[in-house]
Design a protein around this ligand. Structure first.
Ligand SMILES: Nc1nc2c(c(=O)[nH]1)N[C@H]1C(S)=C(S)[C@@H](COP(=O)(O)O)O[C@H]1N2
Ligand SMILES: [Mo]
Length: 233
């Protein structure tokens, strides 16, 4: 028990250190710097509209992916973290459970114009997972791999936000396989394609590398509240 406490204490310290490294950059991102910051779910709406420009509300939760839905039992799930970090590691389900478990309600905006509002998630902060591998100073970008071959990317300055999670429950039930169970990434402040279902590997990178949709003309930054859907390049 005392050992567990000191372990958790270490992770909290590592989390705060990593967060402070990206604080200035993070506060300059649109979802925090805009005069109407959005992206951290209902509690952050502050009376603002629920829907980003060009989005409509859906009650059902559509399924969108490349077609194959890997079946991975919790005990077989692995998440490899490597690249620009001092302690690369592969997490198991037990490793994930040993981190601080968080609940958060947030919105899910798909670039194809549907938004599902107020999903109650349970999971672990991506920030905490990253803190345990001790990112090198030059690690500025993340590249995500999934078991279906999907890839996506976003900046560390987005990853350290407190509602960017590795989730395994939605609305009180285990995350369905179709939605990326056992474990997926969610990015409430970015379009939903940034959240890899069946996430299997996260690379920490000094330079940016584009993922599947980002290479096909979708926006690298993907801010729903700025209608930031397509690459301007
Ligand atoms: N592994 C994987 N993750 C993925 C995708 C995918 O094809 N494969 N599609 C993305 C897209 S385009 C969206 S909109 C969301 C959809 O998540 P959902 O099927 O749970 O609604 O997952 C994202 N994550
Ligand atoms: Mo999507």
């Amino acid at each position: 028990m005392a050992e567990d406490q000191s372990k958790l204490g270490k992770i909290v310290a590592a989390r705060m250190k990593l967060r402070s490294r990206f604080e200035a950059q993070m506060l300059a991102t649109p979802s925090l710097a805009d005069d109407k910051p959005q992206g951290t779910g209902p509690t952050n709406r502050h009376g603002m509209p629920e829907l980003p420009p060009g989005q409509h509300r859906t009650k059902k939760w559509p399924v969108l992916d490349l077609g194959t839905k890997p079946q991975i039992p919790r005990e077989k799930w692995r998440l490899q973290l490597d690249g620009a970090c001092r302690s690369p590691r592969t997490l198991t389900w037990e490793d994930l459970m040993a981190l601080e478990q968080v609940e958060d309600t947030s919105d899910f905006h798909c670039v194809t114009t549907w938004s599902k509002l107020g999903i109650r998630w349970r999971g672990v902060r991506l920030l905490d997972v990253l803190a345990t591998v001790e990112p090198e100073e030059e690690a500025r970008h993340l590249f995500f791999h999934a078991s279906d071959g999907y890839t996506t990317n976003f900046a560390m300055a987005e990853a350290v936000k407190p509602d960017v999670l590795l989730v395994y429950e939605a609305d009180g039930a285990p995350l369905e396989r179709a939605h990326g169970g056992p474990v997926r990434v969610i990015t409430p402040q970015l379009y939903a394609w940034k959240g890899a279902k069946w996430v299997s590997r996260i690379e920490l990178l000094p330079e940016n590398r584009l993922g599947f949709w980002e290479r096909s003309g979708y926006s690298d930054t993907a801010y729903p509240w700025r209608n930031d859907r397509y690459s301007r390049g």
